[in-house]
Write a protein that binds this ligand. Structure first.
Ligand code: R5P
Length: 280
């Protein structure tokens, strides 16, 4: 049986209620909860944007399903906190692990997600006690890029080593990214010191592909690099398009095209992740 969250309404028709009380507390209601008793349930619920609120809503849903003795598979196309799987300074929270532990302890039997940052490859994994099926949308993005480059040949490159799994099957190479210390102030953001790649791109079309574009800092530097190397046309592709701080417009001004998927809803989404859920 399927339970579809209102925050999935762009791809599937919702069948339970999410609201908020006047003070902002979350409200969840599953209609006809009785009919789910003892069943295998696939729950479609996004965990971004508003990741903290979405996680609380999820805990409320999971409690209802636990009480109804359901086996729950969760489909969340982007897993928030997935970048905090390592610590940089002593005493930092490894929040990726905490989130996975919470999901598993609250009854998620398996999470199905896309290009989970800390897994760095497709397949079945267990992390923080949570079983995860990780699917990559790299091939779908490269197929879309073929249309954009009008079937002209193009090189596929990732802006850092972490995203190398996205490009390897296309014979692609990866740049090297070095991050520095945290910036001053309340934002937990580590500056990018440099991105380097010593490839011969003169006169070639290049697709730069990364698992996410957040502030855009990584992609901006990668595009600059590739252009400095004499590339002909440059396209940018990402699975999870946050495009914070007006970075989509800035990237559009720098590159020949920008494409993303709709794991996070955004104005560059041209690949529908829902077409890649056929295994369910
Ligand atoms: C990090 O290693 C990720 O793969 C992305 O490169 C990074 O999170 C993108 O963030 P931003 O757009 O802020 O540079």
């Amino acid at each position: 049986m399927e339970l579809i969250s209102p925050n999935f309404s762009d791809v599937l028709a919702p069948n339970f209620e999410l609201k908020a009380f006047p003070d902002g507390d979350s409200y969840v209601r599953i209609l006809d909860i009785e009919k789910y008793k003892g069943k295998d349930v696939i729950l479609f619920h996004r965990l971004y944007p508003n990741q903290n609120e979405s996680l609380i809503q999820l805990l409320f849903i999971l409690k209802l399903l636990r009480d109804a003795k359901c086996n729950v598979t969760l489909v969340s196309p982007y897993l928030p906190y997935s970048r905090q799987d390592k610590t940089f300074l002593e005493g930092e929270s490894k929040s990726a692990e905490v989130v996975c532990e919470i999901l598993s302890e609250h009854g998620v039997r398996k999470l199905i997600t896309f290009d989970c940052h800390f897994l760095k490859k497709e397949g079945e994994f267990t992390y923080g006690g949570l079983k995860i099926r990780n699917i990559s949308l790299n091939r779908a993005l490269v197929d879309k890029a073929k249309e954009k480059f009008k079937n002209e040949h193009f090189e596929v490159i990732s802006p850092d080593q972490g995203a190398s799994y996205l490009v390897e099957e296309f014979g692609g190479q990866s740049m090297k990214k070095v991050r520095g210390d945290y910036v001053k102030g309340k934002e937990a953001y580590r500056k990018i010191e440099k991105i380097e790649g010593d490839f011969d791109l003169k006169g070639k079309n290049v697709l730069i592909i990364d698992d996410m574009v957040s502030t855009g800092g990584t992609m901006f530097k990668a595009v600059e690099n590739v252009k400095k190397g004499g590339a002909k046309k440059v396209g940018c592709a990402t699975v999870h398009g946050f495009f914070l701080k007006d970075s989509l417009n800035k990237l559009k001004a720098m590159a020949d095209f920008v494409i993303a998927t709709n794991t996070i809803q955004n104005d560059a989404a041209e690949v529908n992740f829902a077409n890649y859920l056929s295994m369910l």
